[in-house]
Design a protein around this ligand. Structure first.
Ligand code: HEM
Length: 249
């Protein structure tokens, strides 16, 4: 039999005096190494780290690719990507492989995050009398909302700059013209700013916790995570603001 317990909060900041929380029986042990890994907390954390690293690698490459709008030909960059490995995968084939890997990484990253959050809520049925402020506390508390904002943004962004249906120009292959048509409007820039800032906080906390798991010192992890998150945030936001202020036309 299962008991469902709601988290019991201490009241008026004092320690809660409650009866011991009923323990949920363990599920039968999953068979096979991948299943056992996925069933364990450490395995889910490893999945979050690996998929987070894949998504981070994509973001870094995407940000650098976007910066070609300042120095070169962003339309040519799109063609270059689609020609990569074309003899093996066909024109644009690599882009589809990357899309499949990204979708899988996002699904695993989100599933592991939700399951880990539920598991830790079950393991702590009595609320802390006073929760200690962790390093990067604000980012940690906003991880969930950050994740939701980023997921909504990616849906909008694909309809905007990949499918072109929400873009004022929206012509396939005319990346420069599509980007400029978008960011002439302050409200589009505002929407992108909200999403990219949420992404920055999300990255900062994710990187910090990944570096801590790898055994880095807390202060060094915090500094490295902050610098990397700022570089990604500023790198992405440079394009919309350059268009808004007429630097890129
Ligand atoms: C704010 C600055 C950003 C700009 C100017 C921008 C620009 C673009 C453009 C022009 C494309 C279409 C590329 C093409 O057709 O080859 C694209 C695709 C995409 N972007 Fe962004 N992007 C930005 C931020 C982001 C962020 C923050 C994310 C993730 C959280 C993201 C995720 C994607 C994805 C998943 C695609 C689809 C790639 C594909 O076609 O498979 N972008 N972006």
């Amino acid at each position: 039999m299962y008991w469902t317990t709601r988290p019991r909060r201490s009241y008026r900041g004092r320690m809660a005096v409650t009866s011991p929380a009923p323990v949920r029986p363990e599920k039968p042990v999953a068979q096979g190494f991948p299943r056992r890994l996925w069933a364990s907390t450490v395995g889910k954390k490893a999945v979050m780290a690996v998929t987070g690293a894949i998504l981070f690698g994509y973001l870094l490459a995407h940000m650098i690719g976007n910066l070609t709008i300042f120095f070169g030909d962003i339309d040519g960059y799109g063609v270059f990507l689609r020609r990569l490995l074309a003899p093996v995968l066909g024109y644009g084939g690599l882009v589809w492989v990357i899309r499949a890997v990204l979708v899988l990484a996002v699904v695993l990253h989100m599933t592991a995050a939700i399951q880990l959050a539920r598991r830790s809520a079950r393991a702590r049925p009595v609320g802390y009398a006073k929760r200690p402020r962790a390093q990067g506390g604000y980012a940690a508390r906003t991880m969930r909302w950050g994740g939701v904002i980023i997921a909504l943004f990616v849906g909008y962004h694909l309809l905007d700059l990949t499918a072109g249906v929400l873009n004022p120009h929206g012509v396939d292959g005319q990346i420069h013209a599509n980007v400029v048509a978008d960011f002439r409007h302050w409200y589009v820039v505002a929407a992108y700013t909200l999403a990219v800032v949420a992404l920055g906080f999300h990255l900062r906390h994710g990187l910090w916790s990944g570096l801590r798991s790898l055994g880095r010192a807390p202060s060094r992890s915090a500094a490295a995570a902050l610098v990397v998150a700022l570089v990604i945030t500023i790198g992405f936001l440079s394009v919309p603001y350059a268009v808004l202020f007429g630097i890129v036309r």
